[in-house]
Design a protein around this ligand. Structure first.
Ligand code: ADP
Length: 831
């Protein structure tokens, strides 16, 4: 209503008819705008009328029949705050009128003082003031709205900014959604915020709620999940956002209306969180106010939604990245620990030889330090060349290459490696080499040893073959002579001189044969470790003299100057040693000296040096090449091994000599040059004896004639018939009455039953009872009966014990007449 309108529509609530009439009169008198005045007499009728019609102004008497005083004003005003009210009051009630003015009335008129002009002015002013007030009020309202909007936008901005802070600083999904829900709810002023995250099968993987205080989780959950299901379905189908500004009037969500109403919500928003068309989750926001989401706010929330999506995607990518990294790390760790436990060197290098990976420290340099360095730094010059060559071949052929190299360490600590060079072609066509290097030093050594052993075995095989040829030759040659010339002896027409010659040839051949057999037995005994030393006191000078005499005639026949030299006096020359072995060694050396000489001289002798006796045998023969100086001491070894060789021999003399020298505690060596002759040296410890009187000088072997005046009974214990016949024949010139026993027992019995027996020749090896046992038994009855052992040379260690076993002396088979006679004559001399 406007005061410039033609009519003023006024309502008078007044119970006094006089006052009503008076006011009507005054209104009529009005010359200005027409006032149409309606009248009601009670408050209730007045209020009814106000509800029904619209009035520009209300004239209100405070004392009405149904309500009196200030209460009347309040009731009217509270129902119609818009309408300008002019209070009519009596003079006594002015205070009430003023109170009404303070509470919203526009003016008051005191009854009895009103005139028409006053009334009209009061009405006009009231209407005008009310109009102005309305304008002011609406401006105020508008301002308030703007302020509220501003506050809201501010809050929304803060919400977005805080959410962004959270996004930046949070690295875990559930943590993120919880914090964001809380911030949206607090700063956005929403009662409930809910973020569901989905897993790959679109099931809920995590849920974060923010609920208003006092809300039951159960009820809100049932709502949220209901909405969620609906929205998920819808979102999966259409992917659209859902924004409902008032559930009361929005029919799209009728099915949810009851639930939402029950919780007191009016508006809500459901936004899918999507990335690249993939639904990651759903954001739900509920508010109690209708029309909560204006366009600005909506814009911000939609932007925020994008930020949340971005954050989730980043977190997931980061997580995936970490997981991949972890998987990679674990796989690398596994691979590394595997590769590191392999003792071989495994390394990766580029075509320039730069190391890209190594599995071990190399030459004291750690794996880390080695990376980037050239492989050549760790290789010998030879190995560098091999690697270069093999790398090139691998590049050309693209095939695995195999090589062997040795380390560049000091010569005596050299290490060998075998290498596999594997070309590895990368995706970009780049080639690297994987090298697997295995140390094979021990294997190499073993191979070398095996090779040497094989060569040795072959050589020894070869030597054995040569030996068998030689030995066959060495045995057959004398045998040939023995058999051949023996048949001539049967010829009755054979001239006596010839017979003598032939007999000499046969004897010589027998000695030769015996020497060969002796050597074979000796080497076998040595190799079986059975050879032992039997030391006794000897006079070295005497031994030398005997040896010299043995070779003197041979030297004379050959026209060779032959000398010997003793350094020690005869008294100093009493030493303790194994005479048989010492003689054998010197003999062997002299036999060789005579064998390998044509003309010139042969000297032998000894010197005392540092408590050792140093013996020498020197010849001016063919000499021995330097490279053979050690080899000739190996068994069967001879310098000359051709079929057409000119010198005989079995190749056993030097090895036997060497073994004997070593058994005696010395060493043997030689000094020789081809064509200039040889000197063989050997040492033995000088064990001087202080009891020369103990020694019995052995007489040189010479023909002895034994004179036995009275016939003596001699028992020969011998199982071999030929040996018995030989002995009988050898002793036929002597005045012996010979009895035979064919074993030990017989010998014992014969001696028992025949006290006339004055000498026994006892064979050691016999059936039933051996000679040693028999001798013991015989000696029990006849302690003074001289018994001479006859034995084979091979049992040398027994020979030295014969004296302890009751024998007076011994002869060695094959028995030579001279030796037998010497022993028998000595026995009879002693007896
Ligand atoms: P054998 O003389 O029976 O062949 P040895 O073992 O005594 O066997 O000698 C081995 C080899 O050593 C001889 O075959 C010979 O080649 C060489 N030899 C030994 N002594 C001499 C020497 N004094 N002069 C030259 N060569 C010798």
């Amino acid at each position: 209503m406007n005061i410039n309108d033609d009519f003023i529509h006024a309502l008078l609530i007044e119970d006094n008819p006089g006052d009503v009439r008076l006011i009507n009169e005054m209104v009529k008198e009005n010359k200005g705008r027409t006032i149409i005045l309606e009248h009601q007499s009670t408050l209730s009728e007045g209020l009814q009328a106000l509800l029904k019609d619209k009035y520009d102004v209300l004239l209100l008497d405070l004392n009405l029949p149904d309500n009196k005083g200030f209460g009347t004003f309040i009731k009217v005003y509270s129902q119609n705050p818009e309408i300008p009210i002019v209070v009519l009051t009596g003079t006594k009630d002015v205070e009430l009128a003023i109170k009404s003015l303070h509470n919203g009335a526009q003016d008051y008129l005191t009854k009895g003082e009103i005139d028409s002009a006053l009334l009209l002015r009061a009405i006009s002013y009231a209407i005008e003031r009310a109009g102005l007030l309305r304008v002011v009020q609406s401006e105020l309202d508008e301002r308030k709205t703007i302020e509220r909007e501003l506050r809201k936008v501010n809050r929304a901005l803060r919400m977005v900014s805080e959410c962004n802070q959270i996004i930046v600083h949070t690295s875990e999904e559930t943590d993120l959604t919880k914090k964001i829900s809380k911030t949206i709810s607090t700063l956005g002023g929403y009662q409930s915020v809910h973020i569901d995250l989905l897993d790959q099968q679109n099931g809920i993987s995590s849920q974060s709620f923010i609920l208003e205080n006092g809300q039951s989780l159960k009820s809100i959950l049932s709502l949220l999940n209901g909405v969620f299901d609906l929205i998920k379905k819808k979102t999966l189908e259409t992917g659209e956002d859902i924004i409902c500004n008032d559930i009361q009037i929005d029919d799209r969500f009728q099915s949810l209306r009851d639930k939402i109403n029950k919780l007191g919500y009016r508006s809500f928003m459901v936004l899918p969180l999507k990335s690249d068309g993939l639904l990651l989750g759903i954001l739900q926001i509920y508010s109690k106010e209708a029309k909560q989401f204006d366009s600005e706010e909506l814009k911000l929330i939609l932007e925020l939604r994008e930020d949340i999506v971005y954050a989730i995607v980043s977190i997931r990518a980061q997580k995936e990245h970490l997981r991949t990294e972890e998987t990679l790390r674990k796989s690398e760790e596994k691979w590394r620990s595997l590769v590191n436990t392999i003792p071989d060197y495994i390394f990766l290098m580029d075509t320039e030889g730069r190391l890209l990976f190594v599995n071990h420290d190399i030459a004291g340099i750690t794996e880390k330090q080695a990376i980037g360095r050239s492989v050549n730094e760790f290789l010998s010059k030879e190995a560098q060349t091999i690697f270069r060559k093999k790398s090139k071949e691998a590049l050309d052929t693209r095939e695995i290459q195999f090589a062997e190299h040795s380390s560049n360490e000091t010569q005596n600590d050299i290490k060998n490696f075998e290498d596999y060079l594997v070309p590895i072609i990368g995706q970009n066509g780049m080639i690297n080499f994987l090298v697997i290097s295995r140390e094979i030093t021990e294997r190499k050594k073993a191979e070398e040893k095996l090779l040497i052993a094989k060569e040795k075995a072959e050589e020894s095989d070869h030597l054995k073959t040569a030996f068998l040829h030689n030995i066959s030759h060495e045995i057959r040659t004398p045998m040939n002579a023995i058999i051949g010339f023996s048949t001539f002896l049967n010829d009755p027409d054979l001239l006596p001189e010839k017979r003598e010659d032939y007999t000499e040839i046969i004897t010589q051949s027998c000695s030769q044969l015996l020497a060969v057999i002796t050597d074979i037995i000796s080497i076998a005994t040595i190799e079986a470790g059975q050879e032992k030393i039997y030391e006794r006191e000897i006079n070295l000078n005497l031994t030398f003299k005997l040896i010299y005499e043995q070779f003197a005639s041979k030297a004379q026949n050959m026209g060779i100057a032959f000398r010997y030299q003793n350094q020690l006096s005869d008294i100093e020359a009493y030493i303790c040693t194994d005479e048989i072995k010492l003689t054998q060694i010197i003999n062997n050396l002299l036999v060789n000296a005579f064998k390998f000489i044509e003309k010139g001289h042969i000297d032998f002798g000894y010197n005392l040096k540092d408590n050792n006796l140093e013996f020498y045998v020197k010849d001016s023969g063919i000499g021995i090449a330097r490279e053979m100086h050690e080899k000739i001491f190996e068994r069967f070894r001879q310098v000359e091994i051709t079929e057409t060789r000119q010198f005989g021999g079995s190749g056993l003399g030097l090895p036997i000599s060497k073994a004997y020298v070593e058994l005696l505690g010395g060493k043997i060596w030689l000094d020789s040059e081809l064509d200039k002759g040889s000197t063989f040296y050997f040492t033995i410890p000088y064990k001087k004896t202080n009891n020369p009187a103990f020694l019995k000088e052995k007489q040189p072997v010479k023909a002895i004639k034994i004179d036995i005046e009275e016939p003596k009974t001699l028992l020969i214990a011998e199982d071999g018939d030929y040996n018995f016949i030989l002995l009988k024949e050898l002793l036929s010139d002597l005045n012996f009455n010979i009895i035979r026993a064919i074993n030990g027992i017989q010998a014992v019995e014969i001696c028992k039953s025949n006290p006339g027996i004055s000498l026994v020749l006892m064979d050691i090896k016999m059936p039933i009872m051996n000679g040693i046992e028999a001798t013991k038994l015989i000696k029990k009855n006849r302690p003074d009966l001289p018994i001479i052992a006859q034995t084979a040379y091979a049992l040398e260690h027994e020979i030295t014990r014969f004296k302890d076993q009751g024998f007076i002396d011994y002869v060695i088979k094959p028995i030579k007449k001279d030796e037998l006679f010497t022993v028998i004559s000595e026995v009879f001399h002693e007896v």
